[in-house]
Write a protein that binds this ligand. Structure first.
Ligand code: HEM
Length: 210
């Protein structure tokens, strides 16, 4: 039983980086095209991604199933370690607490965000060509804009801090010195990826996306 939970934890940790971390990096790069190249640049990348062969399979295996497993098992572990509160020193670490809070916020955000974008395509309410104007209507609403910023910061913190913990638990950063270096790199990842997401969101407020 213990050995089983060890493998489930390892799978949970791995999926957080591959493919989910990879997805965040690809996603931010496409969104940033809205800032860098405007509506045409963004549309070209959306078209490219959506014309990939086996796209539905890639989405199910590479995004939806890993998100569901990572979120459900993450909640299960958080609940379990609550029962053991006080047992681990690490428990008192603020980054560990923030990791759980941002995990829950990210899950809620992704659910809502998926509803706004991808689900509307599946339901036939919008086409891929209308994604730019869909994002425009979200970004110009001040309440939605703030909720998006909170969602983006939560997701990117959860990814960057998770990456730092992943490198320790997979034995990549063993010495205190290497952990210090990786914490600077992960902080850099957090700042850069958050900035790119927020600049994309600002770009979508432009009337050219209408
Ligand atoms: C400025 C911030 C963001 C913008 C403008 C944005 C925009 C979009 C758009 C336009 C789509 C639909 C893509 C398509 O159908 O081709 C989408 C889907 C999605 N987004 Fe975001 N997004 C943002 C942040 C995030 C963050 C932080 C996450 C967290 C991981 C996220 C997770 C997802 C997921 C899971 C999907 C569904 C993927 C799919 O079905 O292909 N997004 N987003």
């Amino acid at each position: 039983m213990k050995r089983n939970s060890y493998y489930w934890r390892k799978l949970h940790s791995l999926l957080g980086v591959i493919p989910l971390g990879g997805f965040i990096l690809v996603h931010v790069s496409i969104n940033f095209q809205a800032f860098e190249r405007g509506p045409e640049g963004f549309a070209t990348y959306v078209h490219f991604i959506n014309s990939l062969p086996l796209k539905p399979l890639l989405e199910i295996v590479g995004i939806y199933l890993p998100i569901l497993f990572h979120a459900i098992y993450g909640l299960y572990m958080a609940f379990q370690s609550n029962l053991n509160a006080g047992q681990y020193k690490y428990e008192r670490n603020w980054a560990f607490t923030l990791q759980r809070i941002t995990g829950v916020l990210t899950f809620i955000f992704v659910f809502w965000h998926f509803f706004n974008t991808r689900l509307q395509i599946y339901l036939g309410n919008i086409t891929h060509e209308e994604l730019g104007s869909t994002m425009h209507h979200i970004a110009v609403n001040p309440v939605y804009f703030i909720l998006y910023v909170i969602g983006v910061l939560s997701a990117v913190f959860h990814f960057s801090n998770g990456l730092w913990a992943f490198l320790i638990s997979w034995g990549v950063t063993v010495s205190p010195r290497s952990q210090k270096i990786s914490s600077t790199i992960c902080l850099g990842v957090f700042v850069l990826v958050s900035l790119l997401f927020i600049l994309s969101l600002v770009a979508f407020t432009g009337d050219e996306f209408l």
